[in-house]
Unconditional design. Structure first.
Length: 261
């Protein structure tokens, strides 16, 4: 094997969808790494909010500052802006949703975990269904079943001649596709980001440690260095996707409460 040319890597198996098939822990059905991370995140989140709420100070500590900033961000930047004057009753749910998503997304950059929980699509579906149930129940309670359904499928001011076209489109969009697009947006971004990290890390490691080509070794070092930049990008993506999912959930609640769509 030459020492100056980039040579093929016959023994390297690139990561793919099978890299997300994780074994059960201790042989317990459905108890895999994402389930463990979700359970740990629940304990961490409850502990964090309980701790800072009991130790409030006039001059906030670092933890209190982070908590107050997060709470105010969700309350003012998401709940109040998207829901309106009834926003306060939905703030605890939105804060919990944002906290859960944020922690489970940033597991991807934590040592020993390095895996975003929602890259298993069942978690994204579960969160989307929860939001779907909440905003539909809210709408039914506000307008009644038939009143809410009419507002969901028939925007005001639509001529009767257009109803056969508008009603199926609005039903498909507002009732069927919302939870699907909400979940797939979250899942797709976290899945793709983790796969990209796997490619650069495993490929760089193989090039550096398994190849006898100096050029391969150099490319491996560059790949590992670049993977650090991807980790930074994924940290931003993790926070952004938590924000988008929470924002859209609040927006759907606001739309369900509105008198006219």
């Amino acid at each position: 094997m030459g020492t100056t040319l980039l040579v093929p890597l016959e023994g390297f198996r690139p990561p793919g969808a099978e890299s997300f098939d994780l074994p059960n822990i201790g042989g317990i059905p459905y108890f895999d790494r994402p389930m463990l991370m979700a359970l740990i995140s629940i304990v961490v989140i409850i502990g964090f909010w309980a701790l800072i709420s009991r130790r409030m100070r006039l001059v906030p500590s670092k933890g209190q500052f982070v908590g107050e900033f997060t709470y105010n961000f969700v309350r003012d930047g998401i709940a109040r802006d998207q829901i309106g004057h009834d926003f306060r009753k939905y703030v605890p749910w939105l804060v919990g949703l944002f906290s859960f998503l944020l922690v489970n997304n940033i597991w991807e950059v934590f040592p020993f975990f390095i895996f975003p929980t929602v890259s298993h699509i069942g978690w994204a579906y579960g969160l989307a269904i929860m939001s779907w149930v909440i905003y539909n129940v809210v709408g039914v309670r506000r307008h009644g079943f038939f009143g809410y359904f009419r507002r969901s499928v028939l925007p005001s001011g639509v001529p009767a001649a257009m109803w056969p076209i508008v009603i199926p489109i609005e039903f498909l969009s507002n009732i069927i596709l919302r939870p699907i697009t909400l979940s797939l947006r979250l899942f797709g971004n976290m899945f793709a980001g983790h796969l990209l990290i796997l490619i650069f890390v495993t490929g760089g490691e193989y090039l550096l440690l398994e190849s006898e080509s100096l050029l391969n070794n150099a490319v491996g070092v560059l790949s590992l260095i670049f993977s650090m930049a991807i980790f930074g990008l994924e940290l931003f993506v993790a926070a952004f996707q938590a924000y988008i999912f929470t924002l859209l959930s609040a927006q759907y609640v606001g739309a369900s409460l509105a008198d006219e769509h």
